[in-house]
Design a protein around this ligand. Structure first.
Ligand SMILES: Nc1ncnc2c1ncn2[C@@H]1O[C@H](COP(=O)(O)OP(=O)(O)OP(=O)(O)O)[C@@H](O)[C@H]1O
Length: 240
């Protein structure tokens, strides 16, 4: 079993005359393969910064992120490429990953084209299989993404990330703004996928119910620091 080991990770923003912000301050934790972690904390506590660093979208100012022994934090954009298939991310705003002018199918296929060596037929089978597995109408694949609802776009960007079969998936506020029914549908999709393919999630959320449903443990962030880690106890579900 692999694991991601985050060690003393720090991120500092602001240079020159700007007042520097220490968005992340020496954060350390282990993310074992097969384990799902919720990250909670007040606004501005550093959760999204952590997500961007884990995905190689930004470089830390200090610290390491070791995946199976390789320090992802020290890799150039080019060297990160093979890891894109292993570590994927989905953000609250799907427009960052989806092209609104392209059809849903083309958006889905792009990830498979870039990150796998699947043939056209294999790509179609994978995409249609995922749509079916998660009860999304195939018809949806033909329409431009801009004509889909926010909830549909969110699910599509999630399926896009899952289609490359990542081992680790970082989910930044993917449930916020969804009503309880859509939220439950997404949680079910994720739980089902985890059972089928063994993907590990890092779920950034403000919602204790979602954290409880999906995660095995919870990291609590406070002003850029890791303030604590709680492990799930089944009896607490009654209280939520
Ligand atoms: N690109 C940036 N430039 C300057 N400061 C930044 C930048 N990104 C984040 N910050 C600052 O870093 C701190 C942590 O921000 P971050 O977005 O990681 O928090 P968060 O916990 O995800 O908040 P939220 O729950 O509101 O999304 C905040 O003080 C924020 O203003």
């Amino acid at each position: 079993m692999g694991e991601m080991v985050v060690s003393k990770l720090s991120a500092r923003y602001g240079s020159g005359r700007q007042r520097p912000v220490l968005a992340l301050d020496q954060v350390s934790f282990r993310w074992r393969e097969g384990e799902s972690i919720a990250v909670m904390g007040s606004s501005g506590s550093g959760k999204s910064t952590l997500a961007r660093l884990l995905l190689g979208l930004e470089r830390p100012s200090a610290g390491t992120i070791r995946l199976d022994g390789v320090d992802l934090a020290s890799l150039s954009a080019g060297a990160w490429r093979p890891y894109r298939r292993i570590v994927q991310g989905v953000f609250q705003d799907a427009s960052g990953t989806l092209n609104p002018r392209f059809s849903a199918y083309r958006n889905m296929e792009e990830a498979l084209l870039n990150l796998t060596d699947m043939t056209g037929r294999e790509r179609r089978r994978e995409i249609e299989g995922l749509m079916e597995r998660f009860n999304l109408e195939r018809q949806m694949l033909k329409v431009p993404v801009r004509s889909l609802s926010g909830g549909q776009q969110r699910r599509l960007s999630l399926l896009r990330a899952l289609s490359v079969r990542p081992r680790y998936l970082v989910l930044d506020e993917v449930l916020s703004g969804l009503d309880r029914v859509s939220c439950d549908a997404v949680l079910e999709t994720l739980a089902d996928y985890r059972t089928g393919f063994g993907c590990s999630y890092l779920l950034i959320t403000h919602d204790a119910y979602s954290a409880y449903r999906l995660a095995d443990s919870c990291l609590l962030m406070e002003q850029g620091r890791l303030a604590g880690r709680a492990v799930k106890r089944p009896e607490t579900l009654q209280a939520l």
